[in-house]
Design a protein around this ligand. Structure first.
Ligand code: C2O
Ligand code: CU
Length: 463
């Protein structure tokens, strides 16, 4: 197998336009003087190339996705946001438990950064894993204001025998403004077509053109899958290969081998692909509810010249193969907490039309439409369970800010696995359990941004 020398030649794959920051691995021990990583992100309008189309939209640094931020656990980051957009904005560090004032939620954590102004986010990064950052004002994320945030765990790539890695950022691509899309959803009903706008297409690292993932036979390749879409859960599979799931939402899980997985908005999965099947292999993605896959990537082996036509349907071996279920995942390290939960908060997710006659579509938690909704009040130190029930025919990826919870499922005993975003399929139930150890006011919401805007959110408030 690979020698340490090979390891040093580790290639962090740069896909399409994604900027790349490599960090020399194993260069310093944790606990050594933390490095401060200085980053400047400029939020501004730009016209970007999406396949053969031009897209005039909002970006970080002129590109979609924005620059990849790659750091190591233990680093301190200092990220200055320069707002050159015509509207106020903020950034949220999705999945990182940052201090409340750095979380990017207007009205809870910080005032919005006005056009022409700057704000510096500064915090210590104590977690490792696959995260992303995105705008957290209204529907701005759906214009393309997001980027990958990778926190390397020193030594992990050696331990997992990874030779190469690619960051795979998925998105749904909207060519009208999200505000126009929302306006029509408000009146056309929350249930019918209530998933989201009609998207023009789907993007992998900002493009509809299949991204090339180069690989050499015998390598183990890590894919960091991030769903940055605003309203589209995706099914993902790689023809000719299986996916070994090693991390969910950045946190390790005992490895599970699957053919396909479904990733909700805001969720992340790290998978390992064992490159043992030379050729050229489409990476397939289909939006929730659609049986038709799009080929958004190509795994290309060194020396393979084969041209492949993207399939029009999921190939039988992926179709018939195992799809990842939450029930399959277990954390290798999370222990059953010594004390039972001291607070159980029910969260019933549903939607409908409010008002009579020309009603307005809404999405609700326990029947309330945020911001006209009561906070979930918690006490510092409490062990809290948010017991979620989806009483609708749409999937809802529910995201909790400021904490990483433990997912519990009905009928499964023992400690689950760590999660900050939980995809509830229609009529599903699941419980997110967390320790209230980060005092502040935090948002808990559906990561379908249109559902969030139509009311599916709550504040978790420490008192
Ligand atoms: Cu990525 Cu409030 O969310
Ligand atoms: Cu939702």
């Amino acid at each position: 197998m690979s020698s340490p020398i090979d390891r040093r030649q580790f290639l962090s794959g740069s896909l399409a336009a994604a900027a790349l920051f490599t960090v020399p691995r194993g260069a310093r021990a944790l606990g050594a003087t933390a490095l401060v990583r200085d980053v400047v992100l400029t939020a501004r309008e730009a016209t970007v190339q999406v396949g053969t189309n031009q897209w005039a939209t909002w970006t970080y640094d002129g590109a979609v996705p924005g620059p990849e931020i790659r750091i190591a656990r233990g680093d301190r980051v200092r990220i200055r946001l320069d707002n050159r957009l015509p509207q106020p904005t903020t950034i949220h560090w999705h999945g990182l438990a940052v201090p409340p004032a750095m979380d990017g939620v207007v009205g809870l954590s910080q005032p919005a950064v006005q056009p022409g102004q700057s704000f510096t986010y500064e915090f210590d990064v104590t977690q490792s894993g696959t995260f992303f950052y995105h705008a957290h004002v209204g529907l701005q994320l759906d214009r393309g204001l997001y980027g990958a945030l990778i926190v390397e765990e020193p030594g992990e790539n050696d331990r997992l025998r990874i030779d190469r890695e690619y960051v795979v950022l998925l998105d749904d691509w909207l060519t009208i403004t999200p505000e126009a899309a929302l306006a029509s959803m408000r009146v056309s009903g929350g249930m019918m077509g209530g998933g989201g706008p009609a998207y023009a297409g789907y993007l992998l690292n900002g493009t509809t053109v299949p991204s090339r993932l180069a690989v050499t036979r015998g390598e183990r390749v890590r894919l960091r899958l991030i769903n940055a879409a605003s309203a589209t859960p995706f099914r993902v599979g790689l023809t000719g290969h299986s996916l070994i799931v090693t991390h969910a939402d950045g946190q390790p899980v005992s490895p599970v081998e699957v053919s396909t997985l479904v990733i909700g908005m805001g969720e992340r999965y790290d998978v390992i692909v064992s490159a043992t099947n030379p050729g050229t292999w489409p990476l397939l993605v289909s939006p929730w509810g659609s049986p038709v896959p799009t080929s958004l990537g190509l795994l290309v082996y060194t020396g393979s010249e084969r041209n492949v036509a993207p399939p029009f349907a999921w190939p039988p071996e992926l179709q018939a193969g195992r799809t990842l279920r939450y029930e399959d995942l277990r954390s290798p390290s999370l222990a059953e907490p010594s004390a039972p939960a001291s607070l159980i908060v029910p969260a019933v997710l549903s939607g409908g039309m409010s008002g009579m006659g020309s009603g307005t579509a809404s999405w609700t938690i326990n029947g309330q439409i945020y911001p006209n909704a009561d906070p979930f009040v918690v006490r510092e130190g409490a062990r809290v369970q948010i017991a979620m029930t989806n009483r609708s025919m749409m999937p809802h990826p529910m995201h909790l800010h400021g904490h990483t919870g433990m997912l519990r499922l009905p009928g499964l005993s023992g400690a689950g696995f760590a999660k900050d975003t939980v995809l509830l399929n229609p009529m599903d139930t699941a419980t997110l359990e967390f320790t209230a150890d980060n005092p502040g006011r935090w948002l808990f919401h559906c990561h379908n941004l249109y559902h969030m805007e139509l009311g599916m959110a709550r504040v978790v408030e420490y008192r």
